[in-house]
Design a binder for this molecule. Structure first.
Ligand code: EPZ
Length: 440
């Protein structure tokens, strides 16, 4: 059993500074084959940890990915007076001890956007919370906005003050409200759905995101005693309850990791790769695209096999909220299109800055024309060559890893802290399928 103490937080922070200097060295064009296991979903795990603020009883979480963003969430819980015990390789128990503060640490909040999930639970249980603007990947215009969260808390009766460098929300008692999201927001839906569980009366959320992580979160909350209906559809109804109990939660497999490995296998096109421990049904839009471009694949209940194919065809793709094609798969798919025959148009609709990484692929030899910040035209196939690169963010960084694995020669990728925010032991797992990748 392992406790996360303040001392270990300090050690982790200094380790993190070293990690930020780490690099991947990749020698490309090695044939890849074998099997690779998918870990628990980052974007499901990050939403579950804050629930520990809403109950006196322990919460046990299984299949927790060992990634930087989850470490930051665990540090946040420790800083807020919770014990975080490791019960096994990927199992954790979290329990409230002393509620020591209502301030979300700026250092931690700056590191991951999902830190905003801690705001509602603190507000609902303590009536007050201070927090800075959340960080995370720089993929949206300026700092990614939180207006829909603040509007939702306002409708639930909270008072907002904007102080120097932070927000303060206060509410004696949150009340149920009718909230329509003007734009579909994943974490916004999760945050207000979670907070509404401890509000007085009924909350109706409309135009909600429908990602599988939202239904999974609602399932856990209902097992803890909440009354949520409709999660996974555009309208969610929540009847507030007085208290929540503890619960146990198995984190669903990471659909983005699954899709990323499938795209890597298709781009490498060198041997059969089986992706295990996944939920193929969460990736319908990717399989539909694979049908169109000629990727050879076989789906099973919890695995996917990608087989070599004669040729991959270019296609246009537009990112969309779930169940459409995920923005988090856009950058790996752009790499795949550099190897496809023909011209493809990649249209990124969710974020303003997520396609800018395509310039790095051009430096590697890809033939890509940027039409505007939301659209690039890829002419394929193009031979890629190893280069010295810096990872701009999590998914673009992973896309560079894929590009490096199929490129001729050696690629050095810096700032891999960004990649390790979301992929556990990546070098080790890729080596197991034949990649020549070292972390230094
Ligand atoms: C989640 O981010 C994921 N992160 C993202 O994954 C993912 O890219 C995104 O959903 C879309 O699928 C987590 O779950 C932790 P949004 P989230 O609110 O919830 C705008 C990754 O690589 N918006 O659905 O923060 C926003 O700027 C990450 O794993 C507002 O305008 O995304 C964006 O354009 C990156 N105001 C759009 O909505 C708000 O108040 C959708 O964002 C909130 C969002």
């Amino acid at each position: 059993m392992k406790f996360l103490s303040v001392k270990s937080v300090i050690i982790r922070n200094s380790v993190r500074n070293i990690i930020m200097e780490s690099k991947f060295i990749i020698n490309g064009e090695k044939p890849l084959s074998g099997s690779i296991k998918v870990k628990g979903a980052k974007n499901a795990a990050l939403k579950v940890f804050p629930l520990a603020l809403m109950t006196d009883e322990p919460i046990e979480v299984v299949n927790v990915p060992d990634i930087e963003d989850c470490h930051r969430a665990q540090e946040m819980l420790a800083a807020l007076g919770h014990s975080v015990k490791k019960l096994g390789i990927d199992k954790m128990q979290i329990q409230r001890q002393n509620r020591t503060c209502l301030n979300l640490s700026a250092e931690l909040v700056n590191k991951f956007r999902a830190s905003i999930m801690f705001v509602g639970p603190l507000l609902a249980t303590c009536g007050e919370v201070y927090f800075p603007h959340p960080g995370g990947c720089v993929i949206g215009a300026g700092t990614r906005p939180i207006d829909m969260f603040l509007d939702g808390f306002d409708k639930m009766g909270a008072k907002l003050e904007v102080l120097e460098n932070k927000y303060r929300l206060t509410a004696k008692k949150l009340k149920g409200a009718n909230i329509f999201f003007p734009k579909i927001t994943v974490t916004g839906t999760e945050s207000l759905m979670t907070t509404a569980c401890l509000a007085q009366g009924e909350t109706i959320l409309e135009n909600c995101a429908m990602e599988p992580e939202i239904s999974a979160l609602a399932g856990l909350l209902n097992r803890m005693g909440a009354k949520i209906e409709g999660a996974g559809t555009p309208t969610i109804k929540i009847a507030g309850v007085k208290k929540l109990n503890g619960g146990e939660y198995q984190i669903i497999p990471d659909r983005i990791e699954t899709g990323t490995f499938a795209i890597l296998a298709a781009a490498s096109n060198s041997g059969a790769i089986v992706i295990e421990d996944c939920e193929p049904k969460h990736l319908g839009s990717l399989w539909a695209l694979f049908d169109k471009i000629g990727v050879n694949y076989e789906l099973d209940k919890s695995s996917v096999k990608i087989l070599p194919t004669d040729k991959i065809l270019a296609t246009d793709v537009t990112t969309h909220e779930y169940p459409g094609f995920a923005t988090d798969l856009q950058s790996p798919f752009t790499v795949l299109m550099t190897q496809a025959e023909g011209v493809s148009l990649i249209h990124e609709t969710i974020y303003d800055r997520r396609l800018l990484f395509a310039d790095l692929l051009t430096q590697m030899g890809a033939n890509i024309i940027m039409a505007d910040p939301h659209r690039v035209v890829v002419n394929g196939p193009a031979k890629l060559y190893g280069r010295k690169l810096i990872s701009p963010d999590l998914r673009a960084g992973m896309a560079l890893v894929i590009a490096a694995l199929i490129a001729k020669g050696k690629t050095e990728i810096g700032n891999i802290y960004q990649i390790e925010r979301g992929y556990e032991k990546l070098a080790e797992r890729l080596k197991n399928i034949g990649a020549d990748i070292e972390k230094i």
